[in-house]
Design a protein around this ligand. Sequence first.
Ligand SMILES: Nc1ncnc2c1ncn2[C@@H]1O[C@H](COP(=O)(O)OP(=O)(O)OP(=O)(O)O)[C@@H](O)[C@H]1O
Ligand SMILES: [Mg+2]
Length: 211
Amino acid sequence: MSTVLVANPKGGSGKTTLATNLAGYFASRGKHVVLSDMDRQRSALQWLERRPYKLPLIHGQDGRGKYTSSLSADWTIIDSPAGLRGDKLSQAVSEANFIIVPMQPSAFDIGATKEFLEVLQQEKSVRKGRAFVAMIGMRVDQRTRAAQTLQAFLAQSGFPAVGNLRNAQIYALAAEQGASLFDIRPSQVSRDLQQWAPLLHWLVKQSKQQK
Ligand SMILES: Nc1ncnc2c1ncn2[C@@H]1O[C@H](COP(=O)(O)OP(=O)(O)OP(=O)(O)O)[C@@H](O)[C@H]1O
Ligand SMILES: [Mg+2]
């Protein structure tokens, strides 16, 4: 089993969007998925409550208490709250095989994320190569200067960048319906699905290597 922590202490960076869609992807591939929510706002669990029963099953877990790994899960996806730091961050990182850091192209996001990456680099499991970190751009409009600044930041971040997701209404629409992009007819979201490919490929490849 593999555990993916989605984290960035910057509020609104896209953590819940990333976590719920990742859970939806693995569920759509027939995997046993646990979506664990560390956030007291419970956004990921509320998304799960809205999820129609006919869509592929995802198990919810309140991730605020002591971590209870579900041994039968193929993939556990942890959604974390804004402001995650200190012992709680260390604890979550120590449980993860992968840490995905979503970030938006703005100077504020870059400042906050830079600090976070420095903290992550000091975490034991990251230093020892037990947990792999990757970055992903969220709501990126490639035509903008902000997107270029983000790419330059990602290139020197010391961690692999596994793509950029564009700003698309479908993310909000799917979220309202308890769905992920992978629950929608592929022809309607083909461009967005393509943007997910590098992240999904990276996760699956790394998880096979860890076994
Ligand atoms: N690629 C995208 N395209 C369009 N909207 C997006 C995209 N990614 C995220 N959003 C929207 O941005 C907002 C913030 O995203 P989200 O809630 O996932 O961030 P978060 O990091 O979980 O926030 P918090 O720190 O409050 O938990 C949401 O309204 C979400 O629908
Ligand atoms: Mg959130």
